[in-house]
Design a protein around this ligand. Structure first.
Ligand code: NAP
Length: 347
């Protein structure tokens, strides 16, 4: 007989409006709902999972915002917050998943989720590395760093690479991929502790605390007297503007994220944007969801790096589903040191 259990959830209480910073008040913990631990008979190709680790990501802000025209919107007030995570299959009517499988992909902020996997659920092939890595290093953040650096930035050995938000989930990996290729790598981050991790743990050549720099242009000239070949941008705004002023001829700017702009009603202008023409700068954005076909290739390579110890990964772990709202809000205040994730259950 199927068992019924309490299913704790974090619901979206109200949309995050333009110009608003996310707050814990945008979400709500509910502890009274229950779920039957069996896929309902009417649901074909569905998977019931127990969520183990949930990923906290800046794109959660877009997910929790009012739908825009043409956007692939996911959340609705009153329903659990959607997000990526690692889970164990409890029951399945989907041919590719069976009870006991570990999976990662799009789930919800709740203890158990009934999901209808499309292209957004992957079976975890390697259970001999920490499962939590599939929220970041071996999940979407890792694929973002891999694609953004290798596919979008056109890197060459010996080039000079600058990474912002460099100690975060994506940034720490971009820097390490660049070092593996023999590049000179400098990262910026928002605290001295993060800067030390960049140099001591991840092997960046140099790193600086951008919050202590009164002149970002001067800071970049100090670390790149001959200019930047690749700027991997995670933040946008003033840092992107300063980097544009320091790019070499035919430099590449990979626009991965613009976190400094997400909570503003109007995006800041760029003083140095006109330099894109005389310096022949290639500025390119990308969306990792369009590169999911590369996941297995990426996974094979990076699992090998992890097992060899070639790549290091720093996680910032919060305990319990109730910690999810504060963990998410903290991303926009730079509170996370490394990949932010929430442990819902360990098994
Ligand atoms: P993360 O770096 O682990 O966490 C966010 C970090 O951003 C914070 O720790 C903080 O670090 C920095 N930050 C927050 N507010 C800031 C501000 N106002 N100005 C400057 N820095 C600020 O996050 P992540 O998951 O690795 O994501 C990094 C970027 O990649 C984000 O912009 C995200 O939207 C983007 N992204 C893009 C794709 C894609 O497909 N293109 C996919 C995934 C992620 P400091 O303490 O160093 O300031």
């Amino acid at each position: 007989m199927a068992v019924e259990v309490v299913n704790k959830k974090v619901l979206l209480r109200r949309y995050i409006e333009p110009g608003e910073a996310p707050t814990e008040g945008h979400m709500e913990l509910v502890t009274t709902e229950t779920i039957i631990l069996k896929v309902p008979e009417a649901s074909s190709s569905a998977v019931l999972v127990k969520n183990l680790y949930l990923s906290c990501d800046p794109y959660g802000r877009a997910i929790m915002s009012r739908p825009q025209r043409g956007s692939n919107h996911l959340s609705t007030p009153g329903l659990p917050v959607p997000g990526y995570g690692v889970a164990k299959v409890v029951d399945s009517t989907h041919p590719e998943f069976k009870a006991g499988d570990y999976v990662w992909g799009l789930t919800c902020w709740e203890e158990y989720s009934l999901i209808t996997p499309k292209e957004t659920l992957f079976k975890i092939n390697y259970t001999d590395v920490p499962l939590s890595y599939y929220t970041g290093l071996l999940g979407l953040a890792g694929l973002t760093a891999y694609v953004g650096f290798h596919e979008i930035s056109s890197p060459k050995e010996g080039e000079h690479v600058f990474v912002s938000a460099a100690s975060g989930a994506v940034g720490q990996l971009v820097g390490q991929f660049a070092k593996l290729l023999g590049c000179y790598v400098v990262g910026s981050a928002g605290s001295d502790e993060k800067v030390n991790f960049l140099k001591d743990k991840f092997g960046f050549d140099e790193a600086f605390n951008y919050k202590k720099e009164s002149d970002l242009d001067a800071a970049l000239k100090r670390y790149f007297p001959e200019g930047i070949d690749i700027y991997f941008d995670n933040v946008g705004g003033a840092m992107l503007d300063a980097a544009l002023g320091n790019m070499k001829l035919r430099g590449r700017v990979t626009v991965c994220g613009l976190i400094s702009q997400y909570n503003l009603e109007t995006v800041q202008g760029m003083r140095n944007f006109t330099l894109v023409i005389p310096k022949c700068i290639r500025l390119q954005g990308f969306n990792v969801l369009q590169y999911q076909h590369m996941y297995r290739e990426f996974e094979e390579k990076v699992v090998k790096y992890v097992k060899e110890g070639t790549i290091k990964y720093l996680e910032d772990v919060a305990e319990g589903l109730e910690a999810a709202p504060a963990s998410f809000v903290g991303l926009f205040e730079g509170q996370n040191i490394g990949k932010k994730l929430v442990v819902v259950a360990r098994e």
